[in-house]
Design a protein around this ligand. Structure first.
Ligand code: KIV
Length: 271
């Protein structure tokens, strides 16, 4: 089954994602950081929203998600979760809020959940297993993230596809199994060769969510500004489903011209 998921689920829960996988039903996730995009994506039927640390680069103008602060994600998480009822909202644990140990992971994840998140996401494999276990034991649903992990951009030597050679691929598959064992309910695979993502998707019973990981993942995720043509990011894995940047520029230019010409506001638009 690969059609549109049933819209009669009033609220997407982690168990629904496991059901989608069992039924071969693909699902979609988009990033969202504000009420307007969140409500539009909810109306479009998007099952999962990600208040990603990408808010640092897409909204706040940082050059890397390494600079995104926990406080920023908290603020955007509360805006998104206030705005929607149906999608499952995942919030990212920012760089430095969980790598330092289970105590920090717990503190920051609790704050994200208190801000309204339904789950948290963190990056890495074996090195974060203790953190994942602690969060899951505390009742916090966790999404894992393997492949290109942007918070390790500098250690990985830039934006590169991960798992191209045999040993790297085996390590990623091991990490995926270890994360599943530790209790993550879904796993993001970013910039991973399609055949490796397919192999990992096949062996896991939890769903994989791909971004630059080919068509065999159980779900897909994109940064919304990339998907809608608002950003100028041109990664190979991005498809632009709209040209919002061009449309917004056209609208702003028209507004600017009409103000200059004195045709806005009109009599009808005045009191
Ligand atoms: O922060 C983010 O947008 C992400 C996606 C790239 C998966 O982690």
């Amino acid at each position: 089954m690969t059609g549109a998921p049933s819209r009669d689920i009033p609220r997407i829960r982690t168990r629904h994602l496991l059901d989608f996988k069992k039924q071969g039903q693909r699902f979609s996730m988009l990033t969202s950081y504000d009420q307007f995009s969140a409500q539009i994506f909810e109306r479009a039927g998007i099952e999962m929203l990600l208040v990603g640390d990408s808010c640092g680069t897409t909204v706040l103008g940082h050059s890397s998600t390494v600079h995104t602060r926990h406080e920023d994600i908290l603020l955007f998480t509360s805006a998104v979760t206030r705005a929607v009822k149906r999608p499952l909202v995942v919030a990212d644990l920012a760089f430095g809020t969980y790598q330092t140990g289970t105590r920090d992971a717990m503190k920051h994840a609790v704050e994200l959940m208190q801000a309204g998140a339904h789950a948290v996401k963190l990056e890495g494999g074996h090195q974060v297993i203790d953190q994942v276990k602690a969060l899951v034991e505390a009742g916090i649903p966790v999404v894992g993230h393997l492949g290109f992990t942007p918070q390790s951009e500098h250690a990985l030597g830039g934006f590169t596809v991960q798992g191209r050679d045999g040993a790297e691929a085996d390590k990623m598959a091991d990490d995926a199994l270890a994360l599943q064992e530790a209790g993550v309910f879904a796993l993001v695979l970013e910039m991973v060769p399609a055949d490796l993502a397919a192999r990992i998707t096949e062996v896991l019973h939890i769903p994989t969510i791909g971004i630059g990981a080919g068509p065999k993942c159980d779900g897909q995720v994109l940064v919304w500004q990339d998907m809608a043509g608002l950003s100028d990011f041109n990664g190979r894995f991005v498809r632009r489903f709209a040209q919002l940047g061009a449309e917004l520029e056209r609208a702003a230019s028209e507004y600017h011209r009409e103000v200059a010409e004195g045709t806005f506001p009109s009599e009808k638009e005045s009191f």
